[in-house]
Ligand binder design. Structure first.
Ligand code: FAD
Ligand code: SF4
Length: 448
């Protein structure tokens, strides 16, 4: 008999996992999922649901798990979210549904969602066709969520994706050991079974313009994400073996360079790596470099308390032997052709800046060097500018496409959502945008 206490999922040991790209978190067994579901108080007003941007009926799906009705649990989730296996793994639940849960400790809603997604079959419903045709640009979570909603409403949907695989950041950014690509492909295939056509290797803005798409479709949803890496703008950034996190992660996740020469994209296996940044992207890059055999140090200009990365990811990185240097900023990357070291300066925290976090200030005379053979710059991404070049859409200060609360852009019939509109955010926010935009597109098409 299992006790009625919080169920902890198993994880691969740090020693084992740094040798492979296999998934670290192993999820719940059936028995654990049922026990965890039974802890749910089935609150008359389930506050957890207020914390879910996708609006999943959490209380209801948990009840089905407690009653061992896993297929029904999945049906409840799919009504609101077509990417449950993804969200069950990467959603920052501690900031969302779990944060609102009144149970102490909070119910592990994300792990229950993951369990159901991994252990039940997704049933495809037949829907009456409307005869309307919508183009979606980009197959990240915003594009996939929007297209699955529109397909369930009976519309014909064509997704145009620049890369040779669907999924956006889920495929090229988040590493295999956090989100196996099989999960992403299975969920993209489910969306295809709903009737969505995904055209790969189709760069809108190069192969055809948004105007050309508009002529063939009743509406367009742009979900091209924030894939343009920011750089530091310091000397030495153009040396060999200085990567943007975006390139480093794409090489490994999308092009599978960690399996070189089985896959043809090569990768640097540096003895020492310095990763610059404090978000999830920096942690992911560090953990990939570690698995490639490197001794890895993350340098971040603020302190641990201001670090935007998820606690769980930082914990995993620390367990894997990744070092952190807080209050440290790079001032120059040193080398002749290849990078040899990073010159850094110590920082101290001043008054809060526009981000609400305390501003990092250099400490005069505190410069020092870190020797390394590889540098990965993970200080953020901006909107991909390509699509904006083919159509004159209103944009915000940072180049994001400007939208109103209905996700309408400045051009009729053109909608946008996800990171291209909000700036770098989360998977579930992108899903929320895609769903709301789908509803707005549907209502507009019905009005004629
Ligand atoms: P994207 O996922 O960026 O997808 C955009 C798609 O559009 C891409 O496939 C791109 O190829 C395609 N595209 C771009 N331009 C064109 C064009 N001109 N024509 C056709 N297609 C085009 N969020 C979390 O919630 N949890 C996490 O753990 C997490 N980890 C992250 C780790 C990394 C390394 C990164 C980079 C981000 C992470 N995020 C995480 C953030 C999250 O992944 C994004 O907020 C989310 O993917 C945004 O979704 P999107 O659909 O707007 O864009
Ligand atoms: Fe269950 Fe927590 Fe939601 Fe209440 S708030 S219904 S205990 S998951």
């Amino acid at each position: 008999m299992m006790e009625n206490k919080e169920q902890k999922q198993k994880e691969m040991s740090p020693e084992e996992r740094i040798k492979s790209f296999k998934e670290v978190s192993l999820g719940y067994t059936k028995e654990q999922a049922i026990e965890e579901a039974k802890r749910c108080l089935q609150c008359p007003v389930p506050l957890c649901e207020k914390g879910c941007p996708a609006g999943i009926l959490i209380k209801k799906f948990i009840k089905h798990i407690a009653d061992e009705e896993f297929d029904l649990a999945l049906k409840v989730i799919l009504e609101k979210n077509s990417l449950p296996g993804v969200c069950g793994r990467v959603c920052p639940a501690e900031e969302q549904c779990k944060k609102k849960c009144i149970c102490k400790p909070a119910i592990n809603i994300n792990l229950l969602e993951r369990f159901v997604a991994d252990n039940s079959e997704k049933i495809v419903k037949n829907v009456k066709k409307t005869g309307k045709k919508i183009a979606v640009v980009g197959s990240g979570p915003a594009g996939l969520a929007c297209s699955s909603e529109l397909a369930l409403m009976g519309h014909e949907v064509v997704v145009y994706e620049a890369l040779h695989k669907p999924g956006g950041v889920l495929t090229y950014g988040i590493p295999e050991f956090r989100l196996p690509k099989k999960i992403v492909m299975d969920e993209a295939n489910y969306i295809k079974k709903l009737g969505v056509s995904i055209k790969l290797n189709s760069v809108v803005g190069k192969l055809f313009s948004v105007d050309e798409l508009l002529k063939k479709h009743d509406a367009i949803f742009i979900a091209t994400g924030a894939g343009l890496p920011y750089f530091l703008g310091i000397n030495g950034e153009n040396l060999n073996n200085v990567y943007s996190a975006n390139e480093f992660l794409t090489r490994n996740n999308l092009m599978k360079s960690y399996k070189f020469p089985e896959y043809i994209t090569p990768v640097k296996r540096a003895e020492k790596t310095v990763v610059i940044g404090g978000g999830n992207v920096a942690i992911d890059s560090a953990r990939v470099a570690k698995r490639l055999g490197s001794d890895v140090t993350i340098i971040y200009r603020r302190s641990r308390a201001e670090m935007p990365a998820r606690d769980e990811e930082v914990k995993h990185a620390e367990e894997e032997g990744i070092k952190f240097m807080f209050l440290t900023n790079p001032v120059k990357i040193i080398g002749k052709e290849d990078v040899e070291a990073v010159r850094c300066i110590r920082m101290k925290l001043g008054e809060p800046d526009d981000s609400g976090r305390r501003r990092p200030l250099p400490v005069e005379g505190s410069e020092f060097m870190i020797k390394c053979g590889q540098v990965i710059v993970a200080i953020g991404q901006g909107p991909n500018p390509l699509i904006g070049k083919t159509i004159d859409l209103n944009t915000g200060k940072k180049g994001n496409i400007a939208v109103n609360e209905k996700y309408e852009t400045s051009i009729e019939k053109v909608y946008a959502g996800g990171d291209i509109a909000s700036g770098s955010a989360t998977v579930i926010n992108a899903i929320h945008d895609g769903k709301v935009a789908a509803k707005e597109i549907d209502e507009k098409l019905k009005r004629g």
